[in-house]
Design a protein around this ligand. Structure first.
Ligand code: WTA
Length: 655
């Protein structure tokens, strides 16, 4: 495991207090108020969460035990009965929010649609009944492979309503990747669309589902429900494939929400890890509902007048927690956008903000860096005065990008919440509370109340302020992942065994390097394992290597991240070829396309370098740190004496 390095952020000393215009109306409006909450929570986290669960959510039946902790397995609100679709929809219908906009959707070729809470509820109930009519029962897994259209959120809520765990697979994944995930989850049904619009093109989603299911590729899938979006020609397989709009038209709009155990599985979401295939991260109902509800409410200081927009895709955890569940549980208005910025429409984000009067805008550093490159004229030409709060997620934000976001977009009046969290954590872990915690450019600041976070060495001892170490969480929290789907052992190994327990206290290992400064602020420095982040998308180097070696020309492959000004990191692959093949540009292209076929467009290597051999230790392990240096054009740091064949490095350098 590489140890974290401390870069320029060490010298960052700017401090931005929440502006008075913000604190005036903020629910948590001073550092003292934050500290009081955090102290109360730390004294007895289970009690703290139990009180919030009672205040904030609807329960069909109260729980018996707030927390049952058998490390590393946690159960929250044991015995409680709850339904997250009920909390996101039904409970708002008896209030004035009934006709409030729940979901505002801005579609690609100029389409748009707004669904009120009552309308969203109606459609969710209909689709829940459609799923039932297709034989989906409580506990059955449903795959969702969709573009960013309202039906994606409706599908998720419909599954939650009847207690069928969903597994959303990002529309940018290939048929192969889709097949792996559907098989791992043993999905009974897949919800998809004929296609989706992406960057002035369309992508053929239904065709990818057909490929995944061909030759009985996913034996568990019995039915496919297809939304009509692009009107592309698709083949409908008799008896297996059904049009969403046809079945919805005949479906009853009444469907009571299933009373779920708090610990019943809500969803599986696949994410990349260090070894092997992507892990199915399991989240359950009650704790996830409470935690996404509370973090959304406090971190975004949400008001009924807010128009909130998160630019993520529902295929990622950010979309699950902070486009769908967190906002709707709070009765907020959430904007969903089908497009992505691109040369033909570089100002599209600012257009959406102006069009809907967005007040809270939540995006990723990679997008911010891309906008900086496009120049200040685009945002300056739009009216962004509705904005009152900004957020960022996905990777460390460099102070320069933070300052641009603060001045050009936020006009120095919007606090920035830099939210550190993961698929595994379900919700924000380290983040400013915007009316209370002063911010520093590049720091996620302080833990959310109830989260006991620290930076430790590999023995589990806290490191001194300013020193690099590993980010850990010391007490279970309601939305922590419960396990890796079907693999408790992998869950234990990946998250709980890197660092030994301290005085009987188990430490959750996040896989991120970090440091804490004198004020206790967290500075996250990035992954310390073989996970790379390309435009904020998490990819395991192993996954890409496996994809490469599945091509007949490739003998061996090693993949590392190379620093990239916009994407954060780019994929750099070193490849050795089988004897009968020789290097060529055509082969490079072919290998890149092959990775796209195996995983998806997000995994396309930026660079492939052919090599005669890879640097290895005497025991045959590839020395990645050398490859990382080579990829970034730096001098090779560290001792090369453990290498089996010293000439390999010279060759790589020259080649
Ligand atoms: C990184 C995304 C620095 C981190 C929600 C983490 C961040 C991984 C931040 C999880 C942040 C996320 N500052 N790094 N504010 N937010 N990360 O599972 O390396 O897709 O471990 O969840 O993204 O990525 P994931």
């Amino acid at each position: 495991m590489a140890s974290p390095t401390i870069e320029s952020v060490l010298n960052e000393s700017r401090l931005f207090s929440p502006p008075a215009s913000f604190t005036d109306t903020a629910a948590i409006n001073s550092l003292d108020a934050y500290k009081a909450l955090a102290e109360k929570a730390a004294a007895d986290p289970a009690k703290f969460w139990a009180e919030l669960a009672e205040q904030e959510l609807h329960w069909f039946k109260p729980w018996d035990t707030a927390l049952d902790w058998q490390p590393p397995f946690a159960k929250w609100f044991v015995g409680g009965k709850i339904n997250i679709s009920y909390n996101c929809l039904d409970r708002h219908l008896t209030t004035w929010r009934r006709n409030k906009a729940a979901l505002i959707w801005e579609g690609e070729p100029g389409d748009s649609r707004t669904l009120t809470y009552a309308q969203l509820h109606r459609e969710v109930c209909q689709v829940a009944n459609v799923l039932k009519s297709l034989g989906v029962k409580k506990g059955d897994r449903v795959g969702i492979y969709m573009p960013m259209i309202p039906e994606a959120a409706i599908a998720m809520l419909a599954c939650a309503r009847i207690g069928a765990p969903h597994t959303v697979i990002f529309g940018g994944f290939s048929a192969e990747a889709l097949k792996d995930r559907l098989n791992d989850a043993e999905a009974k049904l897949v919800i998809t669309a004929d296609g989706g619009f992406r960057k002035d093109k369309t992508i053929a989603l239904k065709a990818a589902v057909d490929d995944a299911l061909a030759d009985n590729g996913v034996p568990s899938v019995e039915n496919v429900l297809v939304v009509q979006r692009t009107k592309a020609a698709v083949t409908m397989h008799e008896g297996r494939d059904h049009w969403w709009h046809e079945l919805q038209a005949h479906a009853d709009a009444h469907c009571p929400a299933e009373e779920m155990d708090a610990e019943d599985m809500l969803f599986i979401l696949y994410t990349s890890g260090t070894t092997g295939k992507p892990k199915g991260v399991v989240h359950t109902t009650g704790g996830y509902n409470l935690y996404t509800h509370t973090t959304f409410k406090w971190t975004f200081d949400i008001k009924d007048t807010d128009v909130y927009w998160c630019t993520a895709d529902v295929g990622w955890i950010t979309g699950h927690s902070y486009i769908v569940y967190g906002p709707l549980s709070n009765g907020a208005t959430t904007v969903m956008y089908e497009g992505v910025p691109r040369p033909s429409n570089p100002g599209c984000f600012w257009d959406v903000i102006e069009k809907y009067g967005v007040t809270i805008f939540y995006t990723a550093p990679t997008a911010i860096r891309a906008f900086i490159k496009m120049g200040d004229e685009l945002p300056k030409a739009r009216d962004l005065s509705s904005l009152r709060l900004l957020g960022t997620v996905g990777e460390p934000i460099n102070p320069e990008a933070w300052m641009w976001y603060h001045t050009v977009i936020g006009k120095e009046k919007c606090p920035i919440v830099d939210t550190w969290w993961q698929t595994e954590t379900g919700g924000f872990m380290v983040t400013p509370i915007p009316g209370a915690v002063p911010t520093k450019p590049g720091s996620a600041t302080l833990p959310f109340p109830g989260i006991i976070a620290d930076v430790v060495d590999l023995d589990g001892h806290p490191v001194a302020p300013g020193e690099g170490g590993y980010l850990v969480i010391k007490h279970p929290w309601p939305s922590m992942m419960r396990t890796v789907y079907g693999n408790d052992e992998r869950y234990r190994r990946t998250y709980w065994e890197h660092i030994p327990p301290q005085d009987g206290q188990y430490l959750y290992f996040a896989g991120d390097g970090a440091r804490k400064d004198e004020d206790g602020y967290f500075w996250v420095m990035g992954r310390v394992d073989d996970v790379i982040s390309v435009s904020g998308h998490r990819l395991g180097t192993m996954e890409i290597e496996s994809a490469l070696v599945s091509h007949p020309a490739v003998a061996e492959a090693a993949v590392v991240g190379r620093k990239d000004d916009i994407k954060g990191e780019d994929i750099y692959a070193f490849v050795t070829l089988e004897g009968q093949y020789s290097p060529s540009d055509a082969l490079k292209q072919e290998l890149k396309d092959h990775v796209v076929k195996e995983i998806g467009i997000i995994a396309r290597p930026g660079e492939i370098k052919f090599a005669d051999a890879l640097p290895k230790t005497r025991s045959g392990k590839i020395i990645r740190r050398f490859l990382r240096s080579l990829a970034s054009g730096e001098a090779i740091a560290g001792d090369a004496s453990t290498m089996e064949d010293q000439s390999v490095l010279d060759q790589l350098r020259e080649g």
